[in-house]
Design a protein around this ligand. Sequence first.
Ligand code: ADP
Ligand code: ZN
Ligand code: ZN
Length: 733
Amino acid sequence: MPYLQLAIPSPLRRLFDYRPPQGCSPESLRPGVRVKVPFGRREVTGVLIRVTEHTEVPPDKLKAAIAVLDETPPMPESILKLARWAGNYYQHPLGDALSQALPVLLRKGDPCEYAHQHLWRATADADISQLGKTAARQRELLLLLLEHPNGISEDAIRAEGGQTTLLKKLTDKALAESFIHKPDHGHHDNQPLHEAPLTLNAEQQQAVHAIITADGFKTFLLQGVTGSGKTEVYLQAIEHFIRQGKQALILVPEIGLTPQTVARFKARFNLPVVVLHSNLTDRQRLDAWLQAREGVARIIIGTRSAIFTPLKFPGVIFIDEEHDTSFKQQDGFRYNARDLAVMRGNFEQIPVVLGTATPAIESLYNAQQGRYQWLKLNQRAGNALPPKFELLDIRQLPLQDGLSAPLVQQIKDHLKQGTQVLIFLNRRGFAPTLMCHDCGWLADCNRCDAHMTLHRKPFHLHCHHCDSQRPVPTTCNSCGSTELKPVGAGTERTEEALQKLFPGFPVIRVDRDTTQRKNAMQQIMDRVHQGLPCILIGTQMLAKGHHFPKVTLVAILNADSGLFSADFRGMERTAQLILQVAGRAGRADHPGKVVMQTHHADHPTITSLVTEGYQAFAQQELSQRIAAHLPPSMHCAMFRAEARHPGMAERVLRKLRDLLEPDILQPQGIQWLGPLPSPMEKRAGLFRAQLVLQSRDRKALHQQLQNIIREAEGDPEARKVRWSVDVDPVDML
Ligand code: ADP
Ligand code: ZN
Ligand code: ZN
């Protein structure tokens, strides 16, 4: 009798055998179909890997599957292959890897089909003035409907804060109606463009030409300074693939932060553009996924997880801001969507383009080794000139709420000439911590080796590592003094200071605290784009992808912050961030200036970065990495462990190393580093340790990882700690 071998979302790294459900003929089942099975006390959805004649499970232990959910596999062969490859490469349990490649509703076992759902819309002649002043909720609801002329589901209405119970009231007043939604399968190939493309400059032309003539799989590193017209290259390359009837997949770091990029795609193409953003309901996400799989959606824009979106007519994949660490999932299934994109391009035989102003050192290395074709855009597009840098040495200068007097003067000058100023400070909240002036006590988190951040609105202490919060004490915990003072400045404090210094100008703060509301970012952008003089103050949210034509001065308040990090990538990240922020200056006709407050104005890295540019810096950084035997010249993996008691995680990792390192049967050429306590040992109440493995031989490294995992899974002490494997970690902390 044949058995079903299934991948099941569970931490166990193996497949599970089941008897076929009643009345099912297993011979006809295709690998990849979903099967509902009993698992422990739950029912879960597994994916069929193969039908076998043989099982090791004794007959009395073998359970029967409940139902086969699909006739054809939801994931096409290519995505199944990609997810399996990723599970293998990142040493993640296969069942969970496959599950994560599916939209949530399919993981839960829902049918793999479009919603034939009821949607709501405003009636054709709905007039909001028909609603009285007292019917505020109904007005809100009607406005929401008017915003969605193509209809909106009840789930989506609720997600937007609307009250579905009032739909009946609106229907009775003939203001709203429901209808059955049918997905649009229309094709618009004859006229794929809404607007004419720009005339490319020579560098852009070369780049587009290289991409559209790739013919099969090829990876490109498209390195272009900010404002050099990379997005225009994407758009025109995509147009070529669209005209061939193909689809394009574009991955971006964070959609909510870059409404402009999405808007440019929608403005350019007269085609269904699907955006997989975090505000979609699970239902909307499945529909979008299906539209991509059926080839209805022609352009798909999404974040990291969109790398698993199936494409019926794969044409090209773009990774925008490829250096951004958000492409790497930092917990659970720790895949890197950028690297998976390259693998996917290989599987599907299509070009992959990694675009950025500041390539990751890894990508630079790959380009230099000839694995990626290197395309460069050295000039800013249009008339824009590169910004001028000034290092402002603040060693002798007093700072008022993070600002030095010469900087304040420059802000004043720029506002006076009628332009906008952007101030970058990578610390949200009011102050990094609170200190007792009498005894030096600091407000530390009880659950982390970290200070708590003081927030003003609302007034409280907040740990940015474990999210715990508590009221601000009025007296010192240690000596009882009332002399408690905030130390240092965060965005909230500098915002206040700027408001006092420049009462005639709007001060707009952009950080996680001010952009949580839906559309908040869009509203802020609209304000800035009105073009009136103003001051923008914010965290790295301001650095990403925005186009602020009126900003002429960019100030970086704490340019040194990442310089002396425990992570060997600290310098790289600092350089990327500085250039990203700097790139916001002078993007149109107004020349831009970048002022960097620093205590290390003569630091060779900082000076080479601002005088010679990113390329020179990165080259130097790469040589140093190679000399120090660090990635990318070495392959790297990290074992992390955390436990409730100090020393326990480290002990478990030590035991694994002691067990395997001296064994002559183990793969050779592996370098072990650690175990060591993590740089922030205690976080969220757990004590953490890490063990790093490095090798030039990828295969040996992976074999060794498998051996460690096997030992860890079988070790009773290791089962008491939480451990995880991170292949190609991007964060060493
Ligand atoms: P990047 O993505 O490299 O930061 P963008 O594609 O956003 O650059 O281009 C920056 C600005 O230059 C945009 O306003 C864009 O419309 C404009 N631009 C791009 N290419 C051209 C071109 N060939 N001619 C004129 N303007 C261009
Ligand atoms: Zn004190
Ligand atoms: Zn904490």
